[in-house]
Design a protein around this ligand. Structure first.
Ligand code: NAP
Length: 287
């Protein structure tokens, strides 16, 4: 019998990642034989980790914090959405051994927001006033999809403001084509219907500094981070009366899109999301 096809998620930190479990469940659905590993990559070691994976017969990988920009630079070709983002979360080698890059974070986020809002993905964001917190690989990957989704306003805020400005400049043409007001805010100062937390602060249990009034009662607050317990951002949002959700649904949806790119197969995400949530709840009860 031949060895299972090898995939991995490369990141730092990466031990929290549930991607191996998700791809195991997708593989079981489609009767696919694959092995998916979690690989901790030292800073400065991304190219070497990619070369190791390939030398071991790897067929592709997901890329997480903080390597999504490096992943886009490493690819010989990029999909239009990864090109716009300047960041890739999915890499694969084609039949000629060339590395391609794509970004499935945006479609993953929009599908999960549609589920939470009870709307069709094409109409999920229509007319929404959005604040995007962060300007790293994750924020870069989702901004194009937020604009495509019919948002009326997107403000981008980041600890290092020049990175927020760069991200907004990169997307200016798409924003004007979609008729969306896109701005880099020096500091978020007003309430928004949807606030998306896309900084890596949650990984260290830290919160971005937000002035009062940004998180409002009735708003939707979405933390891309996920775990057995609510994140600090979710707790802050709930204190303000907002509806807070973690990023587990986005994780499952972006993984499904990566799986389809690699394997050419559609998978069902709802049973996988239910299973993952049950496993995280059991972990919370046991700790
Ligand atoms: N659920 C999902 O499917 C999914 C998908 C993608 C990402 N994520 C999560 O999204 C988060 C961001 O990932 P990434 O790839 O964008 O990382 P990244 O490329 O390293 O970017 C980090 C971002 O976080 C900001 N930041 C870091 N520490 C901070 C702090 N203590 N306070 C305020 N801002 C801080 C950085 O600001 P500066 O520019 O000022 O450094 C930058 O905007 C991670 O938690 C990741 O796990 C989840």
């Amino acid at each position: 019998m031949s060895a299972p096809d090898l995939y991995a998620v490369l990141g730092n930190p990466v031990q929290h990642s549930r991607s191996p479990r998700i791809h195991e469940l997708f593989a079981a659905q489609g009767g696919q034989s694959l092995r998916y590993e979690r690989r901790l990559v030292p800073l400065g070691g991304f190219e070497a980790a990619l070369a190791d994976l390939r030398a071991q017969g790897g067929m592709g990988c997901n890329v997480t914090v903080p390597f999504k920009f490096e992943a886009a630079r490493a690819a010989s070709s990029l999909s239009p959405r990864a090109e716009l983002a300047g960041a890739a979360n999915t890499l694969g080698w084609d039949a000629h051994g060339r590395l391609w890059g794509d970004n499935t974070d945006g479609v993953g986020l929009v599908r999960d927001l549609a589920r939470l809002l009870g709307r069709e993905p094409q109409a999920a964001l229509h007319g929404l006033d959005v604040l995007l917190l962060g300007a790293g690989g994750a924020a870069s990957g989702v901004l194009g999809a937020l604009l495509d989704g019919g948002t009326s306003v997107v403000e981008v805020w980041n600890r290092s403001p020049e990175r927020a400005q760069q991200l907004v400049r990169r997307h200016a043409a798409k924003a004007s084509a979609q008729g969306c007001a896109l701005r880099a805010s020096a500091c978020p100062g007003r309430g928004h219907a949807l606030v998306i937390h896309a900084t890596a602060g949650s990984l260290a249990g830290e919160l971005p500094q937000l002035p009062p009034g940004v998180l409002q009662a009735g708003a939707l607050a979405y933390d891309m981070m996920y775990g057995a317990r609510p994140t600090p951002f979710m707790l802050l949002a709930r204190e303000a009366g907002a509806h807070a959700h973690d990023g587990l649904g986005m994780l499952v949806e972006q993984a499904a899109e990566s799986f389809t790119l690699w394997r050419g197969l559609q998978v069902r995400t709802e049973p996988v999301l239910r299973q993952l949530r049950a496993e995280l709840d059991a972990q919370a009860r046991a700790s």
